[in-house]
Design a protein around this ligand. Structure first.
Ligand SMILES: Nc1ncnc2c1ncn2[C@@H]1O[C@H](COP(=O)(O)OP(=O)(O)OP(=O)(O)O)[C@@H](O)[C@H]1O
Ligand SMILES: [Mg+2]
Length: 471
């Protein structure tokens, strides 16, 4: 067995320790020297500072600011910065780097070194990016560099896997705040007529490719849709499916938060291209007794697209309403609204599609019975049927029986809250009896589901979804 000299071991570990310490010190020293040297060299150059503010003098968003932000956050040198913010990304487990205030990052372009830093300006602490460039380089590279920044930002923006955002207007203000848009709806998960779905998909696809065509016509490259139909028939889910299909951001305009036509205007001018601008429940805001500060002429101007043409193209506008009968036809005329899509209560084919999505069954022995009930005109919204299926998802037979019971009780246009409640709780209810006042019972059901809107079209005979394209 070899015997170690303890003295030798102590000396050896001291030498190793000092070497490591020295190496670390050297790395730190080199870094500090470099930094100081850069500071000293700066004395021999004159720099120019160019500020890219988030808002212009009329407090409208500066699109260049967003391009610069996209560009800078894609630079590898962000990782080498002295300190960087770490925040969660689009997916829960993602961690992304974000520029901190006053943090400087370096970029190289055509042999020149450029510096960017993030600055907050008092009094309202709005952000700006400041570009520091040697005066000697400015004339040679600046315009090429800005073009490069813009092109890279556009490429990032156009990436098919880019993360979508949902923008909402803030209470009482004229600003947007955004959150990641993660709604999972797709056209495949929507229960609606296959032909209609395909037509809409083709319409959107041809819109995406039509930039030159719209330009040639001298029209803004936009398309507007009206989704109308009773509550719970999938209008909002359809908007999410459109956004996921187009890979567009969503701007959800809450008219009740807007203080007047001017605010609506300035909000719209702050939306970006490749986005869906959504106004839900438009009919509510057009009623004469509406408390909204936005006038119908303000809404009309927005729909006409003069505003949308001012600030970027490639835009889809979607309006939803429960009933278009009470809205003046002029407001929905071709040109203002290009495509009208009716969302109807569930029919047998939509039921089958829901059963396939929610329960995983394509065929079932109870289907003929369900079909028969639908043939007699019973109706529930896809949302109501979906809820019953989710509650009984462990047993498709039970789920379908629940739907049958609910459909039977809805045969005369009314529903029995107690039956649906018991079915959702899993009780096997075979006999259906809806006593008492029909209207208060319907109210109970709506409260139960969280629906507070009137379903005026419930009594109408079932129609298949209609796709009335005006142009
Ligand atoms: N056609 C459908 N296909 C699949 N799911 C649907 C459909 N219609 C409704 N649903 C489901 O029902 C729920 C409510 O739908 P949604 O909010 O889209 O209805 P809506 O028409 O916007 O209602 P409202 O007019 O009350 O806003 C969602 O969870 C959605 O998944
Ligand atoms: Mg909705």
């Amino acid at each position: 067995m070899t015997r170690y000299n303890p003295m030798l071991l102590v000396i050896l570990s001291l030498v190793v320790g000092f070497t490591i310490r020295w190496l670390l010190f050297k790395a730190g020293l080199i870094y500090t020297i470099r930094k100081r040297l850069r500071g000293v060299l700066d004395w021999f150059h004159t720099y120019q500072f160019l500020r890219v503010p988030e808002f212009n003098e009329t407090m409208q968003q500066n699109q260049l600011y967003y391009k610069v932000s996209l560009y800078l956050h894609s630079l590898p040198s962000l990782e080498d910065a002295d300190y960087t913010n770490l925040i969660t990304g689009h997916h829960q487990n993602d961690i992304v780097l974000r520029l901190d205030t006053n943090q400087t990052i370096q970029d190289r372009f055509l042999g020149a070194t450029l510096f960017w830093f993030n600055q907050k300006t008092e009094p309202n602490r709005t952000s700006s990016f400041v570009l520091k460039i040697k005066k000697a380089d400015k004339h040679r590279i600046l315009s090429h560099y800005l073009h490069h920044v813009s092109t890279v930002a556009d490429e990032i923006q156009n990436q098919s896997n880019r993360h979508l955002r949902l923008f909402m207007n803030t209470a009482g203000g004229t600003r947007w705040r955004s959150v990641p848009f993660t709604h999972p709806a797709t056209f495949e998960t929507m229960a609606m007529e296959k032909d209609l779905k395909n037509k809409i998909k083709m319409d959107l696809e041809s819109f995406l490719k039509a930039k030159q065509y719209y330009r040639k016509l001298g029209r803004a490259w936009k398309r507007s849709f009206l989704l109308y139909g009773p509550s719970g028939t999938g209008k909002s889910s359809f908007i999410a499916a459109m956004a996921n299909f187009l890979r567009y951001d969503v701007y959800d305009v809450d008219l009740s938060e807007i203080r007047g036509d001017w605010d609506l205007k300035s909000l719209l001018t702050e939306t970006t291209p490749k986005s869906i601008v959504v106004v839900e429940d438009l009919d509510r805001f057009l009623e004469p007794e509406s408390q909204s500060a936005v006038t119908s002429s303000g809404i009309q101007r927005f729909m006409d697209g003069i505003l949308s043409a001012c600030c970027g193209e490639e835009r889809v506008m979607v309006f939803t309403m429960n009933n278009k009968e009470y809205v003046h036809p002029n407001l929905l005329r071709p040109g203002r609204v290009d495509v009208h899509i009716h969302f109807s209560v569930c029919d047998f084919s939509a039921f089958k599609s829901l059963a396939s999505n929610y329960l995983g069954v394509k065929e079932h022995k109870l289907f003929p019975q369900v079909e028969e009930i639908f043939r007699h005109g019973a109706s529930l919204s896809p949302a109501e049927i979906g809820e019953l299926m989710i509650a009984n998802r462990n047993s498709p037979s039970r789920a379908i029986k629940s739907v049958i019971g609910a459909l039977q009780s809805d045969g005369d246009g009314r529903m029995c809250s107690d039956v649906i409640r018991r079915r959702l709780e899993g009780d096997d209810v075979d006999e259906v009896s809806c006593g008492g006042d029909g209207f208060s019972t319907v109210k109970d059901i709506r409260k139960f589901y969280g629906f507070f809107k009137l379903r005026n079209a419930r009594r109408t005979t079932q129609q298949s979804n209609s796709f009335a394209r005006h142009r």
